[in-house]
Design a protein around this ligand. Structure first.
Ligand SMILES: Cc1ncc(COP(=O)(O)O)c(C=O)c1O
Length: 369
């Protein structure tokens, strides 16, 4: 019965998705809760109690459809960012928004530029929308290479992604450099600034993206409730841009793609500024400590502005990652990023980070023998 039918081979998928692999994470056996999960850039401090309370309360109303406009949340975001609700769109995580951007703006054959390694969905969403993804190398400091991107812009370029901080390297660009880049771009190109990890940055490094939007630069800022707000399981994010861009996105978006629970959870999370402060402070402190601890062990660490650290080992990281799982610690090895000695480690709670360091010492000690 389990034998695959030969007819399955003839499923008529679109040519543009033929080369894609599906994003299925760990096997169910590896998702057990008693592991230290430092492989998905999640927030190990958890969501705000106010968000949890809002989720529980909203469960009583799930027989109603959500508000497709998500007005209450967009107004709360207006209070947070000082940008009108008409310039904000909610999405089913920033993943959902990246797909939405692809379906709204990419015509077949349009080019989409970014640097690599970076968040893989930029490439897959472009292919699904029948665009042509062009991944350029990062610069020598593992940052998005603005000069390279500027040189690569051509008549077919439609979209350009800048991941700031970049996943997986944790690097950021100077705000002044991004602004100079935006000013010099030819008309008709949209720049998506993926700011999933912006809340973990040092305050003086955060780009003034909202003022750029108000100045009329063609920028879309992508934000998520998955990281600093600890709501990855709720699937909610938002984008901020000009009213014209947001209106275009709302034409394509599925009306009810953001659930009532997700909206209420996000409202609860936004109301709890104390929790936000606690998480950002703790991640910045632990980032410093973990960077120092890893460096002391002779590992190369790229200074990070996110809630993860990119580390280079002396040998290929897949064996190290595999051995760490035996100690119950999951980190992300980077074979798929074409940097086989590197791994990405989420910054967890002090206890989780201690578990990582202890396991790492055992694994590296064993391997050195
Ligand atoms: C750079 C970047 N953008 C977007 C996302 C997706 O976030 P969300 O959970 O909102 O879909 C991630 C998730 O890890 C990410 O690393």
């Amino acid at each position: 019965m389990n034998k695959k039918s030969s007819r399955a081979k003839t499923v008529p998928v679109r040519r543009s998705i033929g080369g894609l692999s599906s994003y299925l994470a760990d096997k169910p056996g590896e998702q057990v809760s008693n592991v230290t999960r430092l492989c998905f850039n999640e927030n190990l401090y958890g969501p705000s109690p106010a968000a949890v309370k809002a989720i529980v309360q909203s469960a009583l109303n799930v027989h109603f459809y959500p508000d497709p406009g998500g007005w209450e949340l967009r107004e709360a975001l207006q209070r947070r960012h000082g940008i009108p609700p008409e310039q904000i769109i909610l999405g089913n995580g920033s993943d959902g928004l990246i797909s939405l951007i692809a379906f709204t703006f990419i015509d077949p054959g349009d080019e989409v530029l970014f640097c690599e390694p970076t968040f893989s969905i930029y490439k897959s969403s472009t292919l699904i929308a029948m665009g042509t993804p062009k991944g350029l190398p990062l610069d020598d400091a593992y940052r998005f290479d603005l000069e390279g991107l500027r040189d690569a812009v051509g008549p077919k370029t439609k979209l350009l992604y800048i991941c700031n901080p970049n996943n997986p390297t944790g690097t950021v660009l100077a705000p002044g450099d991004i602004e100079t880049f935006l000013k010099a771009l030819p008309e008709g190109i949209l720049v998506v600034l993926d700011e999933a990890y912006v809340d973990f940055m040092d305050l003086d490094k955060i780009p003034p993206v909202l003022s750029w939007i108000q100045k009329g630069y063609p920028v879309i800022s992508l934000r998520t409730f998955s990281k600093v707000y600890g709501l990855a399981g709720m699937r909610i994010g938002y984008a901020m841009a000009s009213e014209e861009v947001i209106q275009a996105l709302y034409k394509v978006r599925e009306p009810f793609c953001v659930s009532t629970m997700a909206i209420q959870a996000a409202l609860g999370a936004l109301s709890d500024t104390e929790h936000y402060r606690k998480v950002t402070r703790a991640v910045r402190e632990e980032r410093k400590r973990l960077q120092a601890e890893l460096t002391q062990r002779g590992l190369k660490v790229i200074p990070s502005q996110a809630n993860f650290i990119f580390v280079e080992f002396a040998s290929e990281s897949d064996e190290i990652c595999r051995r760490l799982t035996e100690y119950g610690v999951l980190i992300r090895c980077s074979q798929s990023w074409g940097m086989p000695h590197w791994a990405r480690i989420t910054i967890g709670t002090p206890q989780a980070n201690q578990a990582l360091l202890g396991a790492l010492d055992s694994v590296l000690g064993d391997m050195a023998r």
